[in-house]
Write a protein that binds this ligand. Structure first.
Ligand code: AMP
Ligand code: GLY
Length: 423
C-alpha cells in the first residue's frame, strides 16, 4: 500500500520512519516533508493545508492511508475532504479538530463531560478578564482561544503580568484572530504528562506516556515553545495512572464528541498536569505531539500502519494489544537562536555534523531543507530532534545529548536538562 504522511516537522519524520518499517507498505510519501524525510520517503511539494492538491495526489497515487501530522492540516479540513473522496485518513475532521483549535470549545467539552480540569472562564473584553485574574491575584494562565503553535499561553504570577498578557491578546492583538477570544485558567502546579490515545471515535488504545518540556531554557525558564524535548516513560507515571486518564479524560471526551455529532479518528492527545490534588487536563490536541511522537514511536514495536489503518477504518476494537520496548527514549530538540521569537531568528544557516552521528542516535529533521550549492540549512525554529534509546533513562539521555551536541549551525541551542529529573 502507498501511505502519505502530511506535514514537515520532526514528528512527521518520525512517522515516516515508522511507516517505512511496516510490512504493509510499498511506498511512503511526505507532503511537503523536509530534508530528513526526503532521504527515506518521497517528498511531494504540497503544503499541509493545501487540501485540493492533497486530494488530487491521493487519487492519482491511489493511496491506502493518509496520516495527518500537524494541526494545520486538520484545521484546513484535509480529513473531511480525503475521507469524502474515499480514502482512509488517520486524523480527525475539522469539526472534531476543534477540540484543539478552540480552547474555549475544549474547556466547555471538559466541563460537560465531567473531566477534571482547571477552573476557567472565557473572555473577549479586557476589563472583565482583568477582574477575573485580579480575583486570583494574577495566578492565572492566559490562553489564546485559537491555534498559536504552542506559543499562545502566558502563565502569570502577578496582576501586572496578567494585565499585560490580557492586553497583549485582546488589545494589541498580538496573536491575531487566535487571540480575539481568550481563556483564563487558574494556575496549576506540578509535573506535566502527555497521554496520547489512538482512537476510531469509540475505542481508544493508549500509547506509551511521555513528558514534554515546553519552556525554551534549562530549568523551565524562558518562553513557552512548541516543545524543547520529551522522554518516555516519564518518572512517576505507571500503567494505572494512564488507565485512569483513559477512563476519566479520553473516553468521556470521545463520548462527548460522538454525542455532539463529530466523531474523532486519529490521535487524541491529552495534556495534563499532575497537581497535588490529582491530575487535571489542561489541553487536547488532535494529533501526535511534537516532540512526543519522536520518543513514543521508537518504543512502539507493533506495526504503526496497521494500527493507524484500524483507527481510520473504525475497527480498533479487534486490534491486538500493542507491543512496547522496555527501553527508555529521550528526545532533545536543537533549535535556532532566539526561538521561539520568530522575528529574531536567523534562518538559512548551514548545518553540519549530521553525517558523523554517534552510534544509536536517531536524528529526526524538522526545519531543514537542501539549499543547492550549500547543503542542508536551517529553515525554522525547531531544526532537528536528537533521540536516544537506552536501557535506562540516563543512558537514553546521554545518547540524545551526544547527538544534540554534534548538530552544528550558527546560533544552535538545546536544553541540557531534558529527562534529568529521572536520572
Ligand atoms: P496548553 O497549550 O494549554 O497545553 O498550555 C501550554 C503550556 O502552558 C502547558 O504545557 C503548561 O506548561 C502551561 N500551562 C497551561 N495551562 C496552565 C495552567 N492552568 N497552569 C499552569 N501552567 C499552565
Ligand atoms: N508538544 C506539545 C504539542 O505537540 O502540542
Amino acid at each position: 500500500m502507498k501511505v502519505l504522511v502530511v506535514g514537515s516537522g520532526a514528528r512527521e519524520h518520525a512517522l515516516v520512519w515508522k511507516c517505512v518499517q511496516s510490512d504493509l507498505v510499498e511506498r511512503v510519501y511526505c507532503a511537503p516533508g523536509n530534508g530528513g524525510t526526503g532521504g527515506m520517503a518521497r517528498n511531494v511539494p504540497i503544503g499541509a493545508a493545501d487540501v485540493v492538491r492533497l486530494v488530487d495526489f491521493a487519487k492519482r497515487e491511489r493511496l491506502g492511508l493518509v496520516v495527518l501530522g500537524p494541526e494545520a492540516a486538520v484545521e484546513a479540513g484535509a480529513g473531511d475532504a480525503l475521507r469524502h473522496a474515499g480514502f482512509p485518513v488517520f486524523g480527525p475532521d475539522r469539526g472534531a479538530g476543534r477540540i484543539e483549535s478552540s480552547k474555549a470549545f475544549a474547556k466547555d467539552l471538559m466541563k460537560r463531560a465531567g473531566i477534571p480540569t482547571a477552573d476557567y472562564d472565557v473572555f473577549t473584553q479586557p476589563a472583565p478578564a482583568k477582574q477575573w485574574a485580579r480575583d486570583r491575584e494574577g495566578q492565572v494562565a492566559v490562553k489564546a482561544d485559537g491555534l498559536a503553535r504552542g506559543k499562545g499561553v502566558i502563565v502569570c504570577s502577578t496582576i501586572e503580568e496578567s494585565d499585560k498578557a490580557i492586553d497583549a491578546m485582546l488589545v494589541e492583538q498580538r496573536f491575531g484572530r487566535s487571540g480575539a477570544t481568550i481563556v483564563l485558567e487558574e494556575k496549576l502546579e506540578g509535573p506535566e504528562l502527555s497521554v496520547l490515545g489512538v482512537t476510531d471515535g469509540t475505542d481508544v488504545i493508549a500509547l506509551a506516556p511521555a513528558r514534554d518540556f515546553k519552556r525554551a531554557l534549562d530549568g523551565d525558564r524562558g518562553a513557552n515553545t512548541g516543545g524543547m524535548g520529551a522522554y518516555s516513560p516519564p518518572k512517576g507515571v505507571d500503567d494505572a495512572l494512564v488507565k485512569e486518564v483513559l477512563d476519566q479524560v479520553m473516553l468521556p471526551a470521545l463520548g462527548a464528541m460522538r454525542s455532539s455529532g463529530s466523531e474523532f479518528r486519529g490521535v487524541l492527545y491529552a495534556g495534563l498536569m499532575l497537581t497535588k490534588n490529582g491530575f487535571r487536563a489542561i489541553e487536547f490536541n488532535a494529533r501526535f505531539g511534537d516532540p512526543e511522537a519522536q520518543v513514543v514511536l521508537p518504543r512502539l514495536q507493533s506495526d504503526f500502519v496497521a494500527l493507524a489503518l484500524a483507527a481510520a477504518q473504525g475497527s480498533l476494537a479487534h486490534h491486538p494489544d500493542l507491543k512496547w520496548s522496555d527501553q527508555a527514549c529521550v528526545g532533545v530538540v536543537v533549535a535556532s537562536g532566539n526561538y521561539p521569537d520568530d522575528a529574531a531568528m536567523k534562518l538559512g544557516q548551514r548545518i553540519s555534523g549530521l553525517a558523523e552521528m554517534p552510534r544509536g542516535v536517531l536524528i529526526f529533521h524538522a526545519a531543514t531543507r537542501f539549499e543547492p550549492g550549500i547543503g542542508l540549512v536551517s529553515d525554522g525554529g525547531r531544526v532537528v530532534t536528537s533521540v536516544g534509546l537506552g536501557d535506562t533513562v540516563a543512558q537514553a539521555r546521554r545518547t540524545a545529548l551526544l547527538g544534540a551536541r554534534q548538530v552544528r549551525f550558527d546560533g544552535a541551542f538545546f536544553r541540557s536538562d531534558i529527562a534529568e529529573e529521572a536520572v
